[in-house]
Design a protein around this ligand. Structure first.
Ligand SMILES: NC(=O)c1ccc[n+]([C@@H]2O[C@H](COP(=O)([O-])OP(=O)(O)OC[C@H]3O[C@@H](n4cnc5c(N)ncnc54)[C@H](O)[C@@H]3O)[C@@H](O)[C@H]2O)c1
Length: 249
């Protein structure tokens, strides 16, 4: 029996990258999964490449509070409840802070931070109605180390870490666990847009294991945090970085 048998999960930004890997891993463990994303073409491709009746593509813009609420409400009603929320959607953009257009900052905040707030607001009543559940937020090791040109991205991820602890305290009495994953650099469409070949080589060399973590590594950790195997773990941020943040100078 799968570790998420009988569970239902709403995963944001699930059309590609880490979100897709997480959605597929959840379904493989028996969960019914809403793959929520704005990119309908990529959603259709992902579902066609991985036909599984447990995967449900959902067009959803996490920056739009009403849309998030409508899609989470509909999924929870149709699936008979909601057990797991994964806040994964992001908009990557790296540049020196002085060069950031306000529109790009607003859009990054709208997807990466406010999107998580809206999804938490919408999901919480359903998780409470279920008698408990699990929230997994995607943070980053960028929070603990300076990455060139990543000020806005890192500020958002720092806020996600703080939100994780805050919500763990707020929702704990409802038996809802709230944790975060902090991946190291993982090749995905979004990361490839801001990291070049030299950047990947340098990052790999900085890991103590001399390998980059994979999307499947992150997905397996998400399954762990979402499952009853992590029944007493909440308010935690788990690094999956092949040891990149272990060593000093
Ligand atoms: N890849 C890495 O190296 C890395 C490292 C640390 C943390 N993370 C975190 O993991 C998560 C996933 O990263 P990734 O590398 O897979 O990113 P990605 O850019 O490859 O995928 C992000 C997904 O989010 C979707 N998305 C964008 N805007 C959206 C919106 N408004 N509503 C719904 N969906 C939207 C995109 O369409 C895309 O499918 C992010 O939170 C990221 O910060 C990634």
């Amino acid at each position: 029996m799968g570790r998420l048998q009988g569970k239902t999960a709403f995963v944001t930004g699930a059309a590609g990258g880490l979100g897709r890997a997480i959605a597929l891993a959840f379904a493989a463990e028996g969960a019914r999964v809403a793959m929520a994303d704005v990119n309908e073409r990529l959603l259709a491709e992902s579902v066609a490449a991985h036909p599984d009746p447990r995967l449900l593509p959902v067009r959803c813009d996490v920056a739009d509070r009403a849309d998030v609420r409508a899609k989470i409400d509909r999924f929870a009603t149709e699936a008979g409840g909601l057990d797991i929320l994964v806040n994964n959607a992001v908009r990557f953009h790296y540049a020196p802070l002085a060069e950031f257009d306000p529109e790009i900052v607003d859009s990054m905040l709208a997807v990466g931070l406010k999107g998580a707030l809206w999804a938490l607001q919408a999901a919480t009543p359903h998780l409470i109605a279920r008698g408990g559940g699990s929230v997994v937020n995607l943070s980053s090791i960028a929070v603990s180390m300076a990455i060139p040109n990543a000020s806005v991205y890192t500020a958002i991820k720092g806020a996600i870490d703080a939100l994780t602890r805050q919500q763990a305290a707020e929702l704990g009495p409802h038996r809802i666990r709230v944790n975060a994953l902090a991946p190291g650099s993982v090749p995905t469409p979004g990361a490839n847009a801001v990291i070049d070949a030299e950047g990947w080589k340098s990052r790999e060399g900085k890991t103590v294991l001399r390998r980059l973590p994979t999307a499947d590594d992150v997905a397996r950790a998400a399954v762990f945090l979402a499952s009853d195997d992590a029944a007493s773990i909440t308010g935690e941020t788990l690094r999956i970085d092949a040891g990149m943040t272990v060593t000093g100078p």
